[in-house]
Design a protein around this ligand. Structure first.
Ligand code: AVI
Length: 325
């Protein structure tokens, strides 16, 4: 019975995205000006991100997929059957590789994807339930933090939190620290954490990945302005801004900026906000940190998440770490 296999739960007292815009007001009033990367992901932005993942220059998705293709069954045999809690909705090829490895163990089991978009979660859960006959799905709609605190009791003896795609790279050090602390707290002894991280590599490869020749990443970055216009009744003009992505070698992070090409004023009416931009102004829209595997293992360990094994690709561009509480 398909109806019994999929349940989607909206977590209490939260709107799917906190959109009172306080973070925009704060970000555009400070110096340097920043905007939170969550504003990339309206419908257009999500589609553009899917396009980015297929770009020849954007190696992370492809590389992580190769690692999972090679090692998903090894991961499953190391952990044994367990329920998977995925941070970020899993409709992608990568998640399917992992799901197939656990499904192949031949026992009923459960997948708990977490996402802020109820619509996406619903769609992908129904599709996955059709493909995996032993799987039941409980989708949690909310932020990672909220969902982690609302996890239901385990149905199997162990559980694994999965965080792929190096989405961790878009978190500041402090945010990583908070997330790992929470993960370690909600997991029980013997449970697992599977983490995908993008690794440090030559600057030219990194900068090309975020300055692709087809201009899709530029479109993705600029789309944030249209999204803000729609959401907060604004008048940003995308033609007055240029996409820039540079690698900061001291901080080991890609920094994505919108650079203002001409002095002008922007207002976001529903936020009651007016901002003056000069012709060399910029807004930091995203950081994408690139990690060192050994340092990451130490950082995990300092949160009681002990590495059991890690896997990488032949160029060592991307890493997958399996840790245990
Ligand atoms: C979602 N995140 C892991 C991507 C990254 O590579 O940091 C977002 C992205 N920004 C530009 N291209 C891709």
């Amino acid at each position: 019975n398909q109806g019994k296999k999929v349940e989607i739960k909206y977590l209490p007292n939260i709107s799917p995205i906190q959109d009172n815009g306080e973070d925009v007001i704060e970000g555009l009033s400070g110096s340097p000006k920043v905007l939170p990367p969550k504003y990339f992901y309206d419908r257009t932005g999500s589609l553009l991100f899917e396009k980015i993942c297929e770009l020849p220059e954007y190696y992370p998705t492809r590389t992580e997929t190769t690692i999972l293709t090679n090692f998903a069954s090894e991961i499953a045999s190391l952990t044994g059957i367990c329920e998977l809690v995925e941070l970020g909705s899993g409709s992608s090829t990568k998640t399917r590789l992992l799901l197939s490895a656990y499904e192949n163990m031949g026992k009923p089991w459960r997948y708990i994807p977490i996402d802020v978009s109820g619509e996406m979660l619903n769609r992908s859960s129904l599709q996955l339930a059709k493909e995996y006959s032993l799987l039941s799905i409980l989708g949690l709609v909310g932020t990672y933090e909220q969902a982690l605190w609302h996890l239901p009791p385990k149905e199997l003896s162990s559980r694994m939190v999965v965080f792929l795609g190096s989405s961790l790279g878009n978190f500041t050090g402090l945010e990583c620290d908070r997330l790992f602390t929470e993960i370690a707290e909600v997991l029980e002894e013997g449970d697992y954490f599977l983490l995908g991280v993008d690794l440090q590599k030559p600057v030219s490869i990194l900068e090309n990945a975020y300055n692709d020749s087809q201009g899709v990443t530029a479109e993705f970055n600029l789309n944030m302005l249209s999204h803000l216009n729609q959401r907060f009744d604004g008048n940003f003009r995308a033609d007055l801004w240029t996409h820039k992505a540079i690698y900061n070698q001291e901080l080991n992070q890609i920094e994505m900026y919108l650079h203002c090409d001409k002095k002008h004023q922007v207002s976001l009416k529903s936020l009651d906000l007016t901002v003056d931009f000069s012709d060399d102004d910029f807004i930091l829209t995203e950081i994408s940190r690139k990690f060192d595997l050994t340092e990451m293992e130490d950082f995990l360990q300092s949160h009681h998440l002990n590495t059991i094994q890690f896997w990488t690709d032949e160029k060592q561009w991307f890493g997958l770490i399996l840790a245990q509480v």
